[in-house]
Structure formats: C-alpha cells, structure tokens
Design a protein around this ligand. Structure first.
Ligand code: CA
Length: 741
C-alpha cells in the first residue's frame, strides 16, 4: 500500500518536471555551435549586401567548404536566402562573390530520369525543411523527393542521401566547365575541376574522388555533367567524398580523414566547432546576442583556410598556386589583408595563437615560392584592394608573441615588399613605392589610382615594419621616419586627408563626400582616420581634441549624402551606408570600422561606448540580413566579437586594445596563459556606459587594455551605468597608444 501510494504521488511530479524541462530549455545548456546561424548574411544581392555570405559547411580553417547552390554555375551569389531552388551541393573555396571561386564542382541527386542540365535538375526547397549548421547541412529536395545530408572534414565530406521508393534514382556530378568525371568502377567516381578566376598557374586541378556504398552505372554524359544511375530505388546512399589540389592519389589519401559512418563524421565536425568556438564563453539573458556572437565567431574561424594536405608518409605538403609544385609545410589562403589585418588576425593572435603560428609559417612559404607576401590571396596572388598590410599581419603576430615562423625570412619579405611591385599582380608589394619613397606620398596625378588610401596605409605599414624591426634589433630609422608620411596628405585648408599632386599642391576642387578616386571604397570623411598608429598626431593636425571630437561627431550627424562620380553609380557600400540612418558612418565597409573607438583618444570615451553599443545592436543580427555590408572573411565579424568583449585592436602591432563597452554580463576567454574573465554584472541595454573598471582587483582608468595583461590571464570587472562617466578616461595618460606620445 505504501509503495503504491508513493508511486502515485511521485509519477505526476516526475512528469511535470519533465514537461517543465522540455518547455523551458535553459539556453545556456546549449553548446556554442548551437547558437550559430550559418544563413546570416545570405539575403544579399549585387546591389545591397547584408553580408554576401553563403551557408559554409566546413571545419574551422578547413580547406574545403560545402554549400547548397542556388545560383547558376559561376554566379558569385552561390546561395541566396530568397532563392527557391537548389541546383547542387558545391565544394567551394570562394572567399567573396567579388573574388569568386576556384576548384568548384558539385553533387546533385535527382530522380525520374538522368537530368543533367543545371536549371532542369534544380529542386524546390524550403528553409523550413532545411537544417543549416556549421558541421552539417540537410535539406529536403521536393522536386526529387530526396533528403540530402552532408558533413565535412577539412578535405573530405560524408553524404547521406535518401531516395524515394517509387522513382529511378540518379546522382549527377557537375565538374564545372572544363572539368572531367569518370566512373572508375561501380563504386568509385574520380575527376577534377579546373575552374578558377586566377591566382593559380597553368595546369591547376582540384582532383576529386567519390566512394559510393551502392553500385553506379553511367546513364548520361554531357561532358561537364554526368548522371549515374543507382542500381535500385528506395535506398539510403552513403557517399565518401574527398579532393586534393596535389593529385588524384592524394585525393584518395584524403578520404582517410573521414571516420566510419555518417553520424561519426557529423559528430566529429560538431566537436571541432565546439572546441574552437568554446574558447570564448559568454553569458547573457538576451539569447539573440549570443546567437549573433557565435554566428560572428563562426565566420572568423573559417578564414584563412589551410589548404595543406597530409601525404601517405605523414608529411604535411601543399600545392603551391604560385609555381604549381608540391612543397612541404602549411599554406593558408582565401583572405584579403586590406580587410582582415584590422581585427581578424589580431583575434587569432590573442585567442588562437597556435593557428596564427601556422598561418605565419604559411606566409613564409608564400614568400619563398613567389617572392612576395600576398595582399589578397585566393589561392595565389589576386589583384584586389590597396595597401601593403601583410606588414601588419606579420608584425602583429610576432609582437603578440607568436613564434615558430622563420622571422628572418618574414623580415626580408616585409622589407622587400615595401620597395617592390609584384610583376603582374598590382596589389602585392607596393604600387608607387618609388614615388612614395621620394616624395613621402603617392601623388594623385601619376596614374596610380586610390593614391591617398595607399599613402595612409603604407605609412601605417612602415610603422609596423619599424616595430617588428626594433624587436629584431634592426636599424629602423628610415621606417620610423616614413611612418610619419600620413602628415603629408593632411590638407590644412579642408582639415581632412586629401589627394596630393606631384608638385605638392592638394587636389582641387575637394569634395569630402566623394567616394573612390584618391581613396578606396570610401570618402575622405571615412579615410582620414586611417592613422592607426598615431591618433595623437592626427589630433594635433586637426587642431586639438575638441576639433577632433567635433570632426568625429560630424560624420554621424550629417546626412548620408555621397558623390559616386568615380564609379558612375552608387556602389553597394554607398547604399549600405545610406540605409542605416547613421549619417555618413559607413560601418558596412572596412576603412571606418575602427573610428568609433577614436573618442578614447580625445577625452570623450563615453561617446565611443554609446556608438559602439548602437552599432552592435542595430547593424548586427543573427538572421539572413544580419550584416550591414560584405562580411569580408571574418573582418566585420571580428569587429563584433572584439566589441562585444569590450575592447578592439585599433592599432595592430601596438600591443594594446582600445576600450569600448562590453555587451555581456560575463565573458570568459580561455587563453593559453590563463582565463580572462570579463564581468559586468550591472550590464543592460540601458547601462551601456563604463562607469568604472577594475583590472585584477585594482582600479583601471585607462581607455586601453594591454595585450600582455590579457595573455597572462586577467580578471576585469566593469561597473556599468545608464549615464556617461565624464570623469573617467579623460587624462592624457588614459589615451591608448600613439606614436607621437
Ligand atoms: Ca568591404
């Protein structure tokens, strides 16, 4: 009796507890990867980018990425959120639609007949019947009644394809134009893609192999596309897929990356993401902010890509896009330093130093194999953007304590690149270096486009070389001197940076709203702040702290007017500025992304805090239109990751971060030297101002944090408030680093 009585009482309690657990799932119990939305940024067009991303399925820094393909073969907009049809599942290496792809090929299951044409084989699909995660993508292909699942390793992938009972089943391989596909035996397909947009030498191949657990026969061959018939209908077919830039044999070798069974591949990829994403933990009551944070961090960990491969004897080798040969060692690619020097590489240096060390070894290989460091790599040198910011990427890594790279070779590389132009690729080395060296600026009348942007970035790059050289015991007096060259472009009459002619006069008429021309994808209002290493020097040029702060304010308070005459139409970056309702502040593009933090140098850090919080809340979401412009290989995401933690690397190479405003009540960085615990218990949407900060228990009034303090493990405690703390961070000693100090 007692027992029965007890059970009657207990069972309802257990049931109600289970119901509560099921309904009110603790969001903090999810793993980091569960917060990632890989569709963020995919609602983009040529005219308006909300990220220009695709749902990349890969492992962190993986060589290959897989994506559902909604666009035609060759279309840079490979997956669009507003599309209704999927044409295939593409192995891609595309870093940006503007750079496009290389080595692409795709797999598409079809039913009914061997439909090879890419438009005819396309299937209706719904986001409601799609599960998009970093480690696995699955979708129901309605037109074929087929469910596809795929899970990646770095060079391989597992596919699980469920075909219907009542239709003949086929598998189409699209090797892209010029590609070749062959059925080696009933269980093995081999082939290669030659697709590329430059950055490789003649004879480039992406060799692939597909192992099927179900026998295949060739049903239709139209050259680029081949349809293979499956022996029977109603099967779940498992494919093991791998590729190699080295050889067909190496592609087969790369199959060994895959564990047995689809679910094991999926779980291994999931673990890889959780290990990498979990290096930063955040706590907040606003789950959307956690989603945005991990969606951004996911983007940061996709680039640059490690395309090296492990050969049969266990050696790490890579195909070199520079000479077409196979060399030992790592090789990283698919990044544009004009974007990513700013905060993506500093993020790797702080949180993922072991990856950064491999990237630096890869840069050594770039230089040894091509004579230059890349500025835009995909996979070899690409002609895109300006600057010589490889100097920043090399110097910041070394000065952040990254070791293992041959720094003597890298020193030779950065000093060589400062005084040389790549023979065929305009953006590698320094275009106009002779004029820059003789005049102290690249003149705007010498046929070198975007000359003012180049000058400003070369001056910062010279400062980077000087800092690296000092650490290596070199004579850096020449670089210390040319690091001041930004001053040569400051036009006192207009109080902004301006293009300058060979005779020393400034460009007239001057229009601060003119995009392009002497600048790169921005106007003088955006680019005048590109003096990362000497904000104090810029303040002095602009007439002091108040004038400097007024100039910053004006960017936000003025209307979003623009002059697009250089391009002849408003480029997407211009439209992205106008639609955000923040005047001429153009966060959708990179040149201005550090600007909000500059209030830290002029005694008004609370203005930085307010604007940074506003940008985090307004310009970033975890949804399909989640970015405010091209995401650009982790850079725009790294801005958010740093900013949400409460600091940002305005000047990579300085060993400092400018202080902003933390987004979360608690964040923990698991660094090799110890945990960095950031606490802001009074944080909220209203309490966006830093009233006080303690570092390791002691008051810290400065507007900067030192990297060395964080690397040792640190405890930061922020007191947040709804009103600005106008007494905090206003002394000269509170300003972050400037060369002029
Ligand atoms: Ca951009």
């Amino acid at each position: 009796m007692l027992r029965l009585y007890t059970m009657k009482r207990i069972i309802p309690v257990i049931l109600s507890t289970l119901i509560v657990l099921a309904c009110v799932k603790d969001p903090q119990a999810l793993a980091p990867v569960d917060y990632v939305n890989t569709l963020t940024g995919t609602l983009s067009t040529y005219n308006l980018s909300t990220g220009n991303t695709y749902p990349a399925v890969a492992v962190p820094w993986g060589a290959n990425v897989w994506t559902p393909q909604t666009g035609a073969d060759g279309d840079g907009w490979t997956y669009r959120y507003d599309a209704t049809h999927i044409r295939g599942f593409k192995q891609t290496h595309q870093p940006s639609p503007w750079i496009n792809d290389y080595g692409a090929w795709s797999i598409m299951p079809v039913t009914g007949g061997p439909i090879t044409d890419e438009a005819a084989r396309a299937s209706w699909f719904s986001h409601k019947a799609e599960v998009a995660t970093p480690y696995c993508y699955s979708v129901y292909l309605a037109s074929h009644d087929v469910t596809v699942e795929l899970a990646p390793t770095s060079h391989a992938a597992a596919f699980r394809i469920k075909y219907p009972q009542d239709q003949p089943a086929y598998l189409v391989i699209d090797a892209y134009q010029g590609g070749v596909t062959t059925l080696k035996d009933p269980y093995t397909i081999t082939g290669f893609s030659v697709q590329n947009h430059g950055g490789v030498v003649e004879g480039f191949r992406n060799w692939f192999i597909i192992k099927s657990d179900t026998p295949l026969t060739e049903a239709k061959n139209d050259g680029q596309n081949i349809a293979f018939a499956l022996a029977e209908s109603g099967k779940t077919v498992n494919l093991q897929v791998a590729s190699s830039f080295v050889s067909q044999e190496q592609a087969e070798q790369n199959l060994k990356e895959l564990p047995e069974g689809f679910d094991n591949a999926k779980n291994a990829a999931r673990d890889a993401w959780n290990n990498a994403l979990g290096r930063i933990e955040v706590s907040t009551e606003d789950i959307d902010n956690v989603r945005t944070f991990y969606s951004c961090l996911y983007r940061c960990l996709l680039f640059p890509r490690d395309i090296s491969e492990v050969s049969a004897d266990g050696t790490r080798v890579h195909y070199s896009p520079h000479d077409g040969k196979v060399h030992d060692g790592p090789f990283y690619t698919d990044t544009g330093f004009w974007d990513t020097f700013r905060s993506l590489f500093p993020l790797l240096n702080l949180v993922y130093p072991e990856v950064s060390a491999e990237v630096q070894k890869g840069l050594v290989n770039d230089y040894l194999e091509s004579g230059f460091l890349p500025e835009w790599a995909s996979p070899g040198h690409r002609d895109c953007m300006v600057g010589n910011n490889s100097a920043s990427v090399v110097a910041d890594a070394y000065l952040s304590g990254i070791r293992g790279q041959d720094i003597d070779v890298l020193w030779e590389a950065v000093t060589h690149g400062a005084h040389a132009e790549h023979p065929t690729v305009g953006s590698s080395g320094r275009m106009g270096w002779q004029l820059y060296d003789s005049l102290g600026y690249v003149p705007c009348d010498a046929g070198i486009y975007e000359s003012a942007a180049r000058t400003l970035e070369y001056a910062y790059d010279d400062w980077c070389i000087a800092q690296l050289g000092k650490a290596l015991g070199k004579d850096v007096s020449a670089y210390e001197s040319s690091a001041c060259n930004y001053r040569n472009l400051f036009d006192k009459e207009v109080r902004l940076m301006n293009g300058r002619l060979t005779d020393g006069s400034f460009r007239r008429p001057f229009n601060p709203l003119k995009w392009g021309g002497d600048f790169t994808e921005g106007n003088p209002l955006h680019y005048s702040w590109s003096v990362f290493h000497d904000i104090q020097g810029l303040i002095d040029l602009m007439g002091g702290e108040d004038a400097f702060a007024d100039a910053l304010d004006r960017v936000f308070t003025m209307p979003p007017h623009y002059d697009d005459s250089y391009y002849g139409f408003p480029i997407h970056e211009i439209i992205e500025m106008t639609v955000m309702g923040m005047g001429n502040y153009a966060h959708g593009n990179q040149p201005i992304q550090h600007m909000l933090y500059l209030y830290d140098w002029c005694g008004q850090p609370w203005k930085a805090q307010k604007r940074i919080r506003e940008v985090m809340n307004k310009f970033y979401t975890p949804w399909a239109d989640g970015y405010c412009g091209d995401e650009d290989n982790g850079q725009t995401s790294a801005w958010y990751v740093f900013s949400a933690l409460g600091f940002y690397p305005v000047c990579p190479g300085s060993g400092q971060y400018a202080l902003g405003t933390p987004l979360f009540r608690k964040a923990v960085l698991h660094l090799p030297g110890g945990d960095v615990v950031l606490e802001a218990p009074s944080n909220s949407a209203e309490n966006c101002y830093v009233k006080a900060l303690k570092l390791n228990g002691k008051p810290w009034n400065h507007n900067f944090l030192r990297m060395s303090d964080l690397q040792a493990g640190a405890r930061l405690r922020f007191t947040m408030a709804s009103d600005p703390a106008c007494e905090r961070g206003v002394e000269q000693e509170d300003k972050p680093y400037s060369m002029s100090e």
